[in-house]
Design a protein around this ligand. Structure first.
Ligand code: SAH
Ligand code: SF4
Length: 380
């Protein structure tokens, strides 16, 4: 049949990675199949990580053909993959089925001291972003669209397959067990997860399912620019994921300069929502603080930040992040100023850490790979 406007809709395949287990059961029932097919399929998709219906050998041949016609498994194309020199950071540029480009990053952490080996995927939740933070490469692109739950899930599965096929072990650490699966996800790629609330929560529920990928909620982190109503909503979810707030400035004046959302949800409202979140969940909140030399990294800023967070006691943790250079003119502070900044927080009893810089040779801050790729493409 020729493709005409009237039948293009019926040709649109169902992306199975967008469906929860109950939705998949319903999908099969609508097609006259028993609901147990959904669990079988979930196992193929999320435990065996297959990409092809023909591999699903416990499904009848006729059903496999029907699936191939009516459904898809995360349709997207990897346009570029880069590994850092030490192979601890891998970054992919994905082209979605409408041509939009997004990035995902895999970060591998060797076992150090008490903490075991980790493989963390940094996931994008939107193509572009509507919030325009001045230091952020994605923010400078503007907003294209929300990702579907399936497009979010597919990013995790890509790296899960890669590690399964070639487990990673840290160079220089002989004897450490290789890692062959994803242990954590952080929603810190392109986009604002809480602006795409329903699809993001759907994706997290799918990845959390015991019969499927079975990733614990405590291994998932949602990072937000500070959308107050959505933070309050998140505190009521049965799925208790980790929450990270992009704070980045201790006063409204400064925060509004670098993060326009602060004009809508100023610090007082944001901190009140965090307090309520802590009261509702009993969980610690991480405050991300991108250090911008000469802008938000002085001793005075460290004191103000401490004053803001001391009332949250042990429920606040600050993650200091030396800024990754983007096209905007920000510089990362010296190691010495970072230490001084952190010491002031410690003196106030505010728990904090510094994010190790990594992957600079492959444009680590999300949005940068796409920016570079598009520049090259435009020059061709
Ligand atoms: N939109 C969400 C999640 C994606 S950004 C948010 O803003 O929280 C993930 C984290 O990367 C945020 O804390 C963000 O502020 C930070 N970030 C953005 N640009 C950066 C840069 N150039 N260098 C370091 N961190 C950056
Ligand atoms: Fe969007 Fe987060 Fe970047 Fe701000 S930091 S522009 S909210 S992706």
């Amino acid at each position: 049949m020729p493709i005409t406007k009237s039948n293009t809709n019926s040709l649109k395949k169902t992306d199975l990675l967008s469906l929860t287990l109950p939705q998949l059961q319903q999908w099969f029932v609508e097609r006259g199949e028993p609901p147990f097919r959904a669990k079988q399929l979930f196992s193929w998709l999320y435990q065996r990580l297959v990409t092809d219906f023909s591999a699903m050998t416990n499904l009848p041949q006729s059903l496999r053909s029907q699936l191939a016609q009516e459904a898809s498994i995360g349709p997207m194309v990897v346009r570029s993959e880069q590994h850092s020199k030490d192979d601890r950071t891998r970054k992919i540029l994905l082209e979605l089925d409408d041509g939009k480009l997004i990035e995902s990053v895999l970060m591998l952490y060797p076992p150090i001291g008490e903490s075991s080996v980790r493989a963390t995927v940094c996931v994008s939740t939107q193509a572009g972003c509507a919030f325009g933070c001045t230091f952020c490469a994605t923010g400078q692109m503007g907003f294209d669209r929300h990702l579907t739950a399936g497009e979010i899930v597919a990013q995790v599965l890509f790296f899960a397959r890669e590690l399964r096929d070639a487990p990673w072990s840290a160079k220089g650490l002989p004897g450490s067990a290789p890692i062959d699966h994803i242990t954590n996800i952080v929603l810190m790629g392109m986009g604002e997860p809480l602006h795409n609330y329903d699809n993001v929560l759907q994706a997290l529920r799918i990845l959390n399912n015991l019969d499927g990928f079975n990733l614990g909620a405590r291994h998932m982190t949602v990072s937000t620019v500070g959308l107050v109503p959505a933070i309050r909503k998140l505190s009521q979810e049965p799925l208790q994921v980790n929450l990270a707030i992009s704070l980045h400035a201790p006063t409204d004046e400064l925060r509004s300069q670098t993060m326009p959302i602060n004009k809508k949800y100023p610090l007082e409202e944001l901190l009140a929502a965090c307090k309520d979140y802590i009261a509702a969940t009993g969980r610690q909140v991480t405050f991300e603080y991108v250090l911008l030399a000469g802008v938000n990294d002085t001793a005075a800023h460290a004191h103000l930040l401490s004053e803001l967070l001391v009332p949250l006691k042990q429920f606040a943790h600050v993650n200091c992040i030396p800024v990754n250079a983007t096209s905007a003119d920000y510089k990362s502070p010296s190691g010495e100023s970072i230490r001084a900044f952190r010491n002031i927080l410690f003196e106030h009893g505010v728990s904090n850490s510094v994010r190790a810089e990594r992957g600079d040779d492959i444009a680590a801050a999300c949005g940068q790979l796409r920016t570079r790729f598009e520049k090259n493409r435009n020059q061709q």
